[in-house]
Design a protein around this ligand. Structure first.
Ligand SMILES: NC(=O)c1ccc[n+]([C@@H]2O[C@H](COP(=O)([O-])OP(=O)(O)OC[C@H]3O[C@@H](n4cnc5c(N)ncnc54)[C@H](OP(=O)(O)O)[C@@H]3O)[C@@H](O)[C@H]2O)c1
Length: 177
């Protein structure tokens, strides 16, 4: 297995750990002062594969962007639906999340970005498949919404690698211990 191909979570959250409001809005992120692109382009260079849940994919498609934002990367979307049809930008997948990761790690490549949301991410976290967490915290307490983390049966110990400020965002980087 190619252990150099890390599984990385790169995600923005409220101080109280929500990645979107209950209505799936992230306007509170857009309204927060940034510094340039908050280091996104540099991160994006390190990955060649993106993995997301169907709700996150649907959210992206509802933004009516000119083109799919992850064009040129291998993009996998998890769904239990058997009706989803692959297109030039995405491959729909089912099954154990560890299977695809093991498959990808047997091939050479860059790091693998788990985009979210919280539901899909939970599968990777509970199986301790995440090598690195890059969590960008916005200065807001939302009080409710879609949680970044869910309940786990055991702790996951991490190592704090870096703390960085981008205007009103705080970026924390953790690695698997
Ligand atoms: N703040 C940020 O940086 C950030 C980042 C990413 C996403 N988000 C937000 O997060 C929200 C969505 O998050 P979410 O937690 O509700 O949903 P999600 O994780 O994006 O998607 C959940 C869906 O993915 C599919 N799925 C998940 N695990 C699966 C598995 N193991 N096997 C097969 N299918 C699986 C299911 O789709 P089916 O129902 O089709 O079976 C499930 O309903 C969106 O509003 C998005 O904007 C925010």
């Amino acid at each position: 297995m190619n252990h150099n191909r890390k599984v990385v979570v790169y995600i923005a959250t409220s101080l109280d750990g929500y990645i979107a409001t209950k209505e799936e809005s992230v306007h509170w992120l857009d309204e927060t002062e940034t510094e340039g692109d908050n280091g996104f382009a540099a991160f994006y260079e390190t990955i060649d594969t993106v993995i997301m849940g169907k709700k996150t994919y649907d959210w992206i498609m509802n933004q009516e962007l000119e083109e799919f934002p992850y064009k040129g990367k291998s993009c996998y979307v998890y769904t239990n639906s058997t009706n989803a049809v692959d297109n030039e930008d995405v491959t729909f997948v089912q099954g154990e999340v560890s299977e695809l990761i093991h498959q990808l790690q047997q091939q050479p490549g860059k790091d693998i970005w788990i985009v979210g949301g919280g539901e899909l991410l939970h599968h990777y976290i509970k199986e301790n498949l995440v090598d690195g967490y890059i969590i960008t915290i916005a200065p807001i307490i939302l009080g409710s919404g879609i949680s970044l983390f869910k309940e786990l049966e055991s702790n996951i110990n991490l190592k704090l690698e870096q703390v960085k400020r981008y205007a009103q965002f705080a970026e924390l980087r953790f690695s698997k211990k």
